[in-house]
Design a protein around this ligand. Sequence first.
Ligand SMILES: C[S@@+](CC[C@H](N)C(=O)[O-])C[C@H]1O[C@@H](n2cnc3c(N)ncnc32)[C@H](O)[C@@H]1O
Length: 293
Amino acid sequence: MQNNFEKNNYHNHQPNFFQLRFSDKVFNQFSRFIYEQMGIHLSHSKKVMLQSRLTKRLRKLKINSFEEYFAYVTSDTGIAQEMPNLINAVTTNKTDFFREPKHFEFLCNIVLPEFYESCKGRKFKIWSAGCSTGAEPYTMAMLLEEFSVKHTGFRYAILSTDISTEVLDIARKGIYTHEMAQSIPTTLRKKYVLKKMGDDKRPLIQIVPELRQKIKFKQINLMDRTYSTITDIDAIFCRNVFIYFNRKTQERVIRQLCHHLKPQGYFFMGHSETIYMKNAPIKSVATTIYQKK
Ligand SMILES: C[S@@+](CC[C@H](N)C(=O)[O-])C[C@H]1O[C@@H](n2cnc3c(N)ncnc32)[C@H](O)[C@@H]1O
């Protein structure tokens, strides 16, 4: 006897997604295209993950094969309309408030006092590149706001960018699960976090509007040849992004990001990321913290 899925499938001539074949050939085509467009290197071990994520898109678009989906997403119309969905399907967005706290200690104890000594009324400019759903820029915002309360005249601007429009939408809203807020120190949580109830009655939190307004969110693909007119940045956090890039892309992106740093500006990378670059424009000053030469 046929089950319901088989029956409906047979009668409606709908694509049977359980039988879609994701050949090595088509995986390699996607992998090459994703590398060219996003810099993300997908090894063969990611084939099952990619197949499962793309199947959802095929289902939504009622497309019958991965070959057909590949032709669509690489066409002019597809690049305009489907590319954001492919990006969302491919990127990994794990993040946390106060992730890798040593970086934030360095920011508060070294970078900010140094800047304040010599700023002559200039705004402190910081960039979270590859910000995911926003925990990193909101952590910065809480600390910079605290610093500004204690240091008369200190002003700051936070730029927060990612390739994925989906994570940027979440970041703009600043709504997170109650569990995620647990890594925010209690005193800061009391000041900058509001309690909220989800539609399903799940306890959520939202970052206060005063802090949300302090951050400029923008889509930027780090693979682009230029990053618009962002200049004289005092500190760039580009953490846990380079792990997806191969060495050649890492070097190119680091060089390009450094163009936007002011001399002696700081560059923070994830704790599991190291760079071995010939003639790097930055020098190491602490574990995974660099300074523009
Ligand atoms: C694992 S998250 C890291 C988030 C945050 N920086 C942290 O350390 O908690 C990596 C982020 O890099 C973004 N990303 C990947 N490739 C990118 C690219 N080519 N340009 C810009 N962002 C990219 C992903 O969308 C994802 O949100």
